[in-house]
Design a protein. Structure first.
Length: 288
């Protein structure tokens, strides 16, 4: 099984948490005849993207949002890379978290956004996730029948070594729930996905919320699929929509053989050995 299909659902976010959850089911119904293997949702798809809202909407793992997402994965027989939601731990800390479920609805991974979005662009966007969020401390890869896959959230994509860690740990595609804005989106959205795809000779699928001009934080939209040659295969505009794509791992292997960037890496020069690089940095989850 060297080919698989994936869908990025570019959806709007409303104030009512469970209305957003119900909307996910609506989109899954729309694409169930497409026989997709993976579905990815946007960053903070069930919560307004406002720092003060994150604690208000936060739930512990296993809460109502988690249960609904798990049930959807099982009902529609998909791997669900469930965007991101505010997750609260036992000590009250809040994380920007992506849960990953297999076709039986079993959680096989969880990525907590590792690089928090704390920026202040002169004349542009200013935002500070760390006002209410706590950073994760690892990369995330998970096992599927198609091989290992990686997950990062939005600002994580700006750190090249983060994607490389996942690829060195076997990731064949990286899913990116994200919400670039009207400052960073036009400048860096497409460039970031093309760069990470090219550097690592891997497929990248980014899923963003629909643009809402009335929101306090306005998403750029433009959910995107890039291939191992660094090309944009498909991209939505800013409006509501579903991007369906196909990844061909034989093609990915061909690119890696023809242009052997990963094989040609000089760990002796970089002073980094794989075993030490991944000992504490990548959280891998294998399904039973």
């Amino acid at each position: 099984m060297n080919k698989f299909r994936a869908a990025a659902i570019q959806m709007p976010t409303v104030e009512d948490k469970m209305e957003n959850i119900k909307a996910v089911r609506h989109y899954l119904e729309q694409i169930k005849a497409q026989k997709v293997d993976f579905v990815v949702l946007p960053e903070m798809f069930c919560c307004p993207y406002q720092t003060e809202k994150f604690p208000e909407y936060a739930e512990e793992e296993g809460g109502s949002v988690w249960k609904a997402l798990s049930a959807y994965a099982k009902e529609y027989n998909i791997y669900l890379v469930a965007g991101s939601v505010p997750e609260k731990d036992d000590e009250g800390r809040v994380y920007n978290t992506c849960y990953i479920f297999d076709r039986q609805g079993v959680q096989i991974g969880k990525h907590r956004k590792t690089h928090l979005f704390d920026i202040d662009v002169k004349g542009g966007q200013s935002f500070k996730e760390s006002d209410t969020l706590t950073a994760g401390n690892s990369g995330t890869v998970f096992e599927t029948e198609f091989g290992r896959m990686g997950v990062m959230i939005c600002f994580d994509i700006r750190f090249p070594e983060f994607a490389r860690m996942m690829v060195n740990d076997g990731a064949r595609m990286i899913f990116v729930p994200a919400a670039f804005n009207m400052t960073t989106g036009p400048a860096h959205w497409e460039l970031s996905f093309r760069a990470r795809a090219l550097d690592n000779q891997i497929y990248m699928l980014g899923c963003a919320p629909t643009r809402d001009p009335a929101a306090s934080y306005i998403s750029w939209g433009h959910s995107i699929f890039t291939d191992p040659w660094g090309r944009v295969v498909d991209m939505l505009d800013e409006k509501e929509g579903i991007l369906i794509c196909e990844a061909d791992l034989d093609y990915e292997n061909e690119i890696r053989e023809q242009l052997p960037l990963l094989k040609a890496r000089r760990n002796d020069v970089y002073g980094i050995e794989r075993s030490s690089m991944f000992k504490d940095c990548v959280h891998s989850v294998r399904s039973n």
